[in-house]
Design a protein around this ligand. Sequence first.
Ligand code: MN
Length: 258
Amino acid sequence: MENNNTRRNFLKQTAILSTGTIIGSSLFNSAFASESALKLENQIPELDTMDFQGNYSLPKLPYAYDALEPHIDKMTMEIHYSKHHQAYVTNLNKAIETLDKNVVEHSKSLESIFGKMSKFPEAIRNNGGGHYNHSLFWSLMKPNGGGTPKGKLGDAITSTFGSFDEFKKQFSDASMKRFGSGWAWLVVQDGKLVIGSTANQDNPLMSLRGKGLKGKPVLALDVWEHAYYLKNQNRRADYIASFWNVVNWEAAETLFNS
Ligand code: MN
């Protein structure tokens, strides 16, 4: 595995270097930039294959802490990823240790746990959700992101909401109206795109009693204050506006098509 990655990285770097050598240094940077963009596209962590064996770890952040500047600031990214997300991972692993061995043996992925959420303790719900949601969130952003979604997802958004602007308005409204901490989502529910939100670290895959949002995530926005307070303080609307500049629509499309 590690050898493969090393080899792949080596080949990639070799390709970039030889391109740079051939076409000259002025084009080297743009060749590198498009290579980076390619690497980011469709980069969804293997969320459905995470095994439930008490050894979760942080997924690699697919860009540098300052890569989303000026929209999302470096310090927020660093603390959000290395402190907040890490804490969900650490506490998820601790929570798994408290479970009956038999339960752990027969529990496969986090997604399968979410499907029978009410049978698990609150710590699994909060920290399992926290780990899953953040892993998804990082992959749904990228430097030089934003713009409009293309392909089948772009078509589905236009036909469901009337226009991309109307979709943005409704998703932003859902993000603003989530009281306290939570997430805004675009999901596929019974074959249709639906916008909604969840509280705390809940997500639309969790089988919970009540009328909560259900469906398969396509887009996610963390609206906890820790996601924006350092840069935007209480101005959640400014943070939501910034988010549209960093959305990784290729990753969202991969989720939509899967
Ligand atoms: Mn967060």
